[in-house]
Design a protein around this ligand. Structure first.
Ligand code: NAP
Ligand code: F7E
Length: 332
């Protein structure tokens, strides 16, 4: 039984990762930050899939990425074998509004956690959720582990810093520090202000007669979208590899935001062109035209490949929103 510590356990990936390790019989510890409400909706989904005995192996600890002493204290108490570092401000557009907070939580937060680990649990394995955003408007397609970093927003710049720290702590101190260079991955647990969840919610709401329009910034950018549980499976393989290294986790297929809309509206028999309204409020100062990942290193060295294709992902997300609306029984 491994002792696993997850920062960002209340997020999309953190909740799937917690579930996956609980199902493997591990002891799972999560860092949670202070908030005025105790509702943690993604974690509430966990009990549906694991039994009560497994839930007794889930423990939450208050800590904050801005408070080094809280991180040291949790590491001392838990003495984890594995740390997954998923927490931080990770919305690209919001990083233009909160550049300093993004640098502090996503960039310096990683430094604080690595430095605390180096002193308290130097033999513990560390996984960073890095991002395809580090490549910016990439000079080559598809992007792999050797593609030059060229960040174009504050979030990406903070993740470049975090990824460089992982490489430094690996080479300078011999820490087992590794990273997944994660391309977009989605699920019904995705944050509501990311485009796929926003579209899925909009489609369900329009299909049930609760609204008529869906406001989006642009339809042209293309993203390499995967299903979050597939990527979480990849994270587990990266952190349990024989050697600490960095791996791209991506589907290798790219679709535009417009194609996501088309597929999602088609599921409920509607034409997206009649409902999508372009709204400048959601346009970014700069945006990446296309991301496309080459996960061949993860495939050949770790045996990882995503199982869920684009059409299935869209269906999973739309069906979940329809089911939630119908369960609430408040369709107009
Ligand atoms: P998410 O759903 O937005 O979850 C973010 C988590 O970080 C939440 O648990 C949140 O806690 C926590 N958090 C945020 N700021 C914090 C702070 N200052 N101190 C402590 N905790 C904080 O993100 P996700 O989609 O699961 O992504 C997980 C990680 O993968 C992130 O690091 C993200 O940058 C990276 N990533 C994601 C994708 C993707 O497509 N999903 C792609 C590439 C990389 P609260 O619940 O309290 O808000
Ligand atoms: O945008 C466009 C938007 O916010 C996708 C994060 O997990 O993946 C994610 O970052 C695309 C962009 O994700 C709206 O301009 C159009 O081109 O869902 P998103 P993202 O910015 O790609 C990377 C890999 C991460 O690491 C990040 O943490 O969709 N778009 N209209 C819109 N996006 C949003 N959110 N809202 C719109 O109305």
């Amino acid at each position: 039984m491994a002792r696993v510590l997850i920062s960002g356990i209340t997020g999309q990936d953190g909740s799937f990762l917690a579930e996956s390790h609980l199902e493997s019989g591990d002891e799972v510890h999560g860092l949670v930050r202070q908030s005025s409400l105790l509702q943690r909706t993604r974690l509430d989904a966990v009990p549906a899939l694991v039994n009560a005995r497994a839930l007794s192996r889930l423990k939450l600890h208050y800590a904050d990425l801005s408070d080094t002493s809280s991180l040291v204290s949790v590491l001392r108490n838990v003495r984890p074998d594995l740390v997954y570092h998923l927490a931080g401000q990770s919305h690209v557009k919001i990083s233009f509004d909160l550049p300093e907070y993004t640098a502090d939580s996503t960039g310096l937060g990683t430094l604080r956690l690595l430095e605390s680990m180096r002193h308290v649990v130097p033999d513990c394995r560390f996984f960073l959720a890095a991002t395809s955003e580090i490549f910016g408007e990439a000079k080559e397609s598809p992007q792999n582990e050797r593609t030059p970093m060229n960040p174009i927003n504050p979030y990406a710049a903070a993740k470049v810093y975090a990824l460089n720290l992982v490489r430094i702590y690996r080479s300078a101190y011999g820490l087992f520090a590794c990273a997944g260079i994660l391309f977009n991955h989605e699920s019904p647990r995705r944050g509501e202000n990311y485009v796929t969840r926003k579209i899925a919610r909009g489609v369900a709401s329009i299909a049930r007669g609760r609204q008529t329009e869906l406001h989006l910034g642009t339809l042209t950018p293309k993203r390499d979208w995967s299903y979050s549980p597939d990527v979480v499976e990849g994270m587990r393989l990266v952190v349990s590899a024989a050697k600490a290294d960095d791996y791209v986790l991506a589907s290798g297929v790219s679709h535009s935001v417009g194609e996501f809309c088309e597929a999602a509206f088609r599921i409920v028999g509607l034409d997206y062109r009649k409902h999508v309204v372009l709204d400048p409020n959601y346009v970014r100062p700069v945006d990446i035209t296309e991301t496309l990942g080459d996960a061949s290193k993860a495939r050949s060295e770790l045996g990882w490949a995503p199982k869920t294709g684009f059409d299935e992902l869209v269906r999973i997300m739309v069906d979940a929103e329809l089911a939630e609306l119908d369960a609430r029984g408040d369709a107009a």
